[in-house]
Design a protein around this ligand. Structure first.
Ligand SMILES: *Cc1c(COP(=O)(O)O)cnc(C)c1O
Length: 360
């Protein structure tokens, strides 16, 4: 049976990437060793990290003002590293659109003031608060957003801009490289790799090099300073070599698909098909405001918690795995990142139709 894995993260990787990694697994480029067995200082690995870096630069169309960094600790460590490096007791603005934004703000509050400019928490994060209602701090140290809310299933359809002079920082863990956007509007973008870029173990950080000058080196430990990663090409210590290698392969694959513009069209078509089905169904429903629906994480429900659980279990038996909603919100969730082919979404819809008929 063909398996389609709808996990939110770690998530499925493109089949071509898995096959390539398998083919090179025990003998990388004639070295006689696998990538994970090779020194990060040796002649084989430097080109691997350089290649991954260049792919990121090409795909996001980054100017020389930016550094591309690979840092361990996932997106969650960035929640702390950002205020450690940039806040210095001042105030940063946060748009609270879900559990991840909330966690980012909580970490920042240890290093200064985390001002929540708007929140949709009261309505279980079912929408993104309208920008006209945001209460911004004049002269904030930075403004932080979560571009796609993996748990709640919402996404900014248009990315906001920060006021002039305020660095804009975005957690793009679950929609990076899924759609075109203007990276030059951001001072920093970060993403745990395990949703759209590769395996867990590495976070991609794209940062305006100049911003790293803000860090007080006497107060921030070496490994937690962005400047350490900039100055050492992300190799102050041993980096997560295998994860970076796979990220290179995933971004090669993305380029071969035609880049971000091409994958965005496919992503839009996949999401439209699934949401259209949800709209037409009198059994399944989306719980998310129409204007803010995520094209990456489609959150939905059946008429009851019991049927949600039955659906998830029977879907799994039919080769459609990991459709359970996040433990904090329940229900069902289909994560349809770049690697999920249209056929996977079609197989899901076919099964949903059958389940609806059998359980209505
Ligand atoms: C998954 C996720 C995180 C947490 O990522 P880790 O790499 O596990 O720390 C943070 N933000 C968003 C938007 C996510 O989807």
């Amino acid at each position: 049976m063909k398996i389609y894995n709808f996990a939110a993260g770690p998530a499925m990787l493109p089949a071509e990437v898995m096959a390539k990694a398998q083919a090179e697994f025990t003998n990388f480029q004639g070295s006689g060793s696998g990538v994970m067995e090779l020194s990060h200082r040796g002649k084989f690995f430097q080109p691997v990290i350089d290649h991954a870096t260049q792919n990121v630069r090409d795909l996001l169309n980054l100017s020389d003002e930016y550094s591309v960094l690979f840092i361990q600790g996932g997106a969650s460590m960035q929640f702390a590293m950002i205020p450690m490096n940039f806040l210095n007791g001042a105030t940063a603005d946060f748009v609270d659109t879900g559990v991840w934004s909330n966690k980012a703000a909580k970490e920042a509050a240890m290093f200064g003031s985390a001002n929540i400019v708007a929140s949709s928490r009261e309505s279980k994060y079912d929408h993104i608060p309208a920008q006209s209602q945001w209460k911004l701090t004049p002269g904030a140290s930075y403004m932080h957003i979560t571009s796609n809310n993996t748990v709640a299933g919402t996404q900014y359809q248009t990315l906001p801009e920060a006021p002039a002079g305020v660095p804009l920082i975005a957690d793009m863990s679950s929609d990076i490289m899924s759609r075109k956007f203007d990276a030059s509007k951001f001072s920093m973008i970060y993403a745990g790799a395990q949703k759209n870029l590769g395996p867990s173990g590495v976070a991609l950080v794209v940062l305006k090099t100049k911003l790293a000058e803000r860090t007080d080196n006497s107060k921030v430990p070496t490994m937690l300073r962005y400047s350490t990663y900039i100055e050492n090409g992300s190799m102050f210590n041993t980096p997560p070599t295998f994860a970076i290698y796979i990220l290179g392969l995933v971004t090669d694959w993305l380029k071969a698909q035609g880049g971000i513009a091409a994958i965005e069209e496919i992503n839009n078509a996949k999401a439209a098909k699934l949401y259209n089905f949800l709209e037409e169904s009198s059994f399944f429903r989306s719980t998310v405001a129409k204007a803010d629906r995520s094209r990456m994480n489609v959150v939905f429900r059946t008429p009851s918690d019991e049927l949600d659980a039955k659906f998830v279990a029977e879907a799994r038996e039919n080769g459609l795995t990991d459709l359970k909603g996040h433990r904090l919100v329940g229900g069902c969730r289909a994560s349809i990142y770049n690697a999920m082919p249209m056929e996977g979404v079609e197989a899901l819809i076919d099964f949903m139709k059958k389940f609806e008929v059998a359980n209505k």
